[in-house]
Design a protein around this ligand. Structure first.
Ligand code: URA
Length: 229
């Protein structure tokens, strides 16, 4: 939003009056006086008028090691939700940057910065997501070739990107995909009539799940992790 509009909205003064105050050097953005009324302002920058704080919002970015059994939702009448794992102070502010099924564990990202989370969740962004996949039946080279060719999902009428599969042992594989379609991993293995019995997300883009985090724990992202998105 533009500075003059934001200050006018917040103070309920006219845009003209606010522009005058800005030109008089009475407004600061991020601690610096600005006389330019049409600058675009970030939702997390501190804004003051005559020394009165109009905006001071802290951006939060967390990684969570989601335990099995929790819904990727902010509230639910039936199931426990991942937001319950966070301290009360963050709960009302955070939203999920991507989801996992209730019986999937591992890396989830949560933030109050909508612009940042959109860079992760928008389909065009093609952020790689890596999963450890345990299956009922053995995984063979046929899977590697099928996934590498890119698959067609008739329900959505989309071709998904070629995916990389590494076979770790007969029933354990590591898969990297570039979208987040509904039950995507389970449907990919399902194509070869194999059932996913455990699914764990290890990585999203450059952000890897911290091995120190036990299931249910979370930690703030480092500045480098935030900037990597
Ligand atoms: N694919 C799935 O099938 N489930 C998940 O939770 C994530 C990806």
């Amino acid at each position: 939003m533009r500075l003059d509009r934001f200050v006018a909205n917040t103070t309920a003064e006219s845009r003209q009056s606010i522009r005058r105050k800005i030109s008089e050097g009475r407004v600061s953005v991020g601690g610096e006086v600005t006389r330019q009324f049409d600058v675009e302002i970030d939702q997390f920058v501190r804004i003051e008028l005559d020394g009165r704080v109009l905006q001071e919002k802290v951006a939060y970015y967390f990684m969570l090691n989601k335990p099995v059994g929790y819904l990727s939702a902010t509230s639910d009448p039936q199931y426990k939700v991942v937001l319950e794992l966070f301290e009360e102070t963050y709960r009302s502010e955070l939203h999920l940057a991507g989801r996992l099924d209730r019986n999937t564990s591992g890396l989830m990202l949560l933030t109050n910065d909508g612009r940042w989370s959109r860079k992760i969740t928008e389909p065009g962004e093609k952020i790689p997501k890596t999963y450890l996949v345990k299956t009922e039946k053995p995984v063979t080279q046929e899977y590697v070739d099928l996934f590498a060719a890119g698959m067609y999902f008739p329900y959505e009428d989309v071709h998904i990107q070629p995916a990389q599969l590494e076979i770790l042992d007969a029933h354990l594989s590591r898969l990297t995909i570039y979208e987040g379609r509904y039950h995507q991993v389970k449907r990919m293995y399902g194509r070869l009539r194999n059932k996913v019995v455990a699914l764990h997300r290890e990585r999203m883009g450059h952000i890897a799940l911290d091995r120190e985090l036990v299931a249910g724990d979370y930690r703030p992202l480092t500045a480098a992790e935030v900037a990597s998105v």
